[in-house]
Design a protein around this ligand. Structure first.
Ligand SMILES: [Fe+2]
Ligand SMILES: [Fe+2]
Ligand SMILES: [Fe+2]
Ligand SMILES: [Fe+2]
Length: 442
């Protein structure tokens, strides 16, 4: 079914305030939840956080609009706040920070892979592919700790839908933040799909950053605390990268329209895809609420800008993400692009061999890892604890692991504690020997 949300009535704002029981519902059961119900819950929380924060920015920056319109924005902000609680409180208390973290990185991998394949703008698609391989590597790093500290195997969370193996090594994700900035789209020619795609992934990345900021210190293990710090810093780069794609000349009313439209499109997709009947009802109600929000900001857009909202968001719903396994696509990008880096021109990319010696990211990487790279220490620890790292992938992909690492590792600014390809091969061999010994004894 396709429909034009601007033609729908939606739930009127005065009917959107809910009581505490409605706001805080029953959490899902972590043992039973479908992994993509969890990713929808995580993503929608991020989208609500962005929707809430934007309304505060709107009212802080906008001075030349009617008081009553500012009041409407404040009322809408309250509703976004309540929706955020409902989404985030679906997460059960017994789901550990590391388990939730694996969920966050699964969101990043499978969402970004979907977006890359459904993005009409080739330049933006390339940015998605670039970010994809970094979050893919984060999933692998965190998976080590989930197993070492809590005995949680990655598939307990990702349900065999997402591979867990090294991507572009995390130590090489650190760049001069100025280089992270990309060329922005042109608001007059970019499609609504591109605009919604970017705002969706940006909201997800921003919330991932915030989650690590608020939870990364909650473990006693120092290497894990450092790993959260390291990956949180990469998420900061991802926020910088994705937000730079947005045309900065969009007006605040255009942005308001895009925010509500992004919420509408995402809840629409969640509602269509949801397998949990109780959670599906939440997506349905929230979709109705968001159509109500869209209607209100569309009226403001018409009033202040004297333009048709369809000029910005088009005339029909779009699909920002269908969560499903993206293993084949991710593997293709992994084999092709593990050695890709941000080019010094601030616009395109180079392979490792092409980057110049005075690349601005080298001093950043050298400074950050001058003692050691936490994301490499976690593989060393996994080697000590369990002979080798924790990997979940097809045999074909596992057989390419060392080659992919060779391709992804730089020659310059490599942390001294890096697990080099020959060392990784030794770990793998040692593990295989031990497994064979075990079988003989049995
Ligand atoms: Fe919302
Ligand atoms: Fe990540
Ligand atoms: Fe990320
Ligand atoms: Fe909204």
């Amino acid at each position: 079914m396709t429909f034009n949300p601007l033609q729908e009535k939606g739930l009127p704002l005065e009917k959107q305030l809910r009581n505490w029981h409605q706001i805080v519902g029953k959490p899902y059961k972590k043992q039973e939840v479908d992994c993509y119900t969890r990713t929808r819950q995580i993503l929608m929380n991020g989208i609500e956080v962005e929707g809430w924060g934007f309304k505060h920015q709107f009212n802080r920056f906008m001075h030349d609009i009617d008081c009553e319109d500012k009041a409407t924005i404040s009322r809408l902000g309250r509703i976004e706040n309540q929706q955020q609680m409902t989404c985030n409180w679906l997460c059960p208390a017994d789901q550990s920070v590391l388990e939730t973290t694996l969920g966050y990185e699964q969101v990043a991998v499978d969402l970004t892979a979907w977006l890359a394949q459904n993005e009409p703008d080739k330049y933006v698609k390339e940015v998605f592919d670039f970010g994809l391989l970094e979050d893919f590597d984060h999933l692998y790093r965190y998976a080590q700790f989930a197993y070492m500290t809590e005995g949680v195997e990655p598939n307990y969370i990702v349900h065999n839908q997402t591979d867990v193996i090294d991507g572009r090594p995390t130590q090489h994700h650190h760049n001069c933040n100025a280089l992270r900035r990309r060329k922005h789209y042109d608001k007059t020619t970019a499609s609504p799909q591109t605009k919604v795609n970017i705002l969706t992934v940006l909201s997800g990345e921003q919330q991932t950053h915030n989650f690590y900021a608020e939870h990364g210190f909650m473990y006693g293990d120092h290497v894990l605390r450092e790993t959260y710090a390291e990956i949180k810093d990469v998420e900061e780069e991802h926020v910088t990268m994705y937000e730079s794609l947005i045309d900065p000349s969009e007006t605040m009313f255009e942005k308001a329209l895009l925010h509500e439209f992004t919420e509408v499109c995402n809840y629409y997709t969640c509602f269509e895809d949801e397998v949990d009947e109780e959670i599906k009802k939440i997506w349905e109600i929230f979709l109705d609420m968001e159509i109500g929000h869209l209607k209100l900001v569309a009226d403001m857009f018409k009033k202040y800008e004297k333009r048709d909202p369809e000029e910005v968001i088009g005339s029909e719903i779009i699909i920002p993400c269908r969560f499903k396994s993206q293993k084949t696509y991710v593997q293709k990008i992994l084999e092709k692009e593990a050695d890709k880096r941000l080019a010094p021109d601030g616009e395109f990319y180079n392979s490792i061999d092409e980057i110049p010696d005075d690349w601005e990211s080298y001093p950043v990487q050298e400074r950050l890892a001058e003692i050691s790279a936490p994301s490499e220490n976690c593989i060393r620890l996994a080697g000590i604890y369990h002979d080798r790292d924790i990997v979940e992938a097809s045999e074909t992909l596992k057989n390419k692991q060392v080659t992919i690492l060779e391709k992804g590792l730089q020659k310059k600014a490599v942390a001294h504690n890096t697990v080099m390809p020959d060392e990784l091969q030794e770990m793998i061999d040692k593990h295989e020997e031990r497994e064979e010994e075990k079988e003989k004894k049995i």
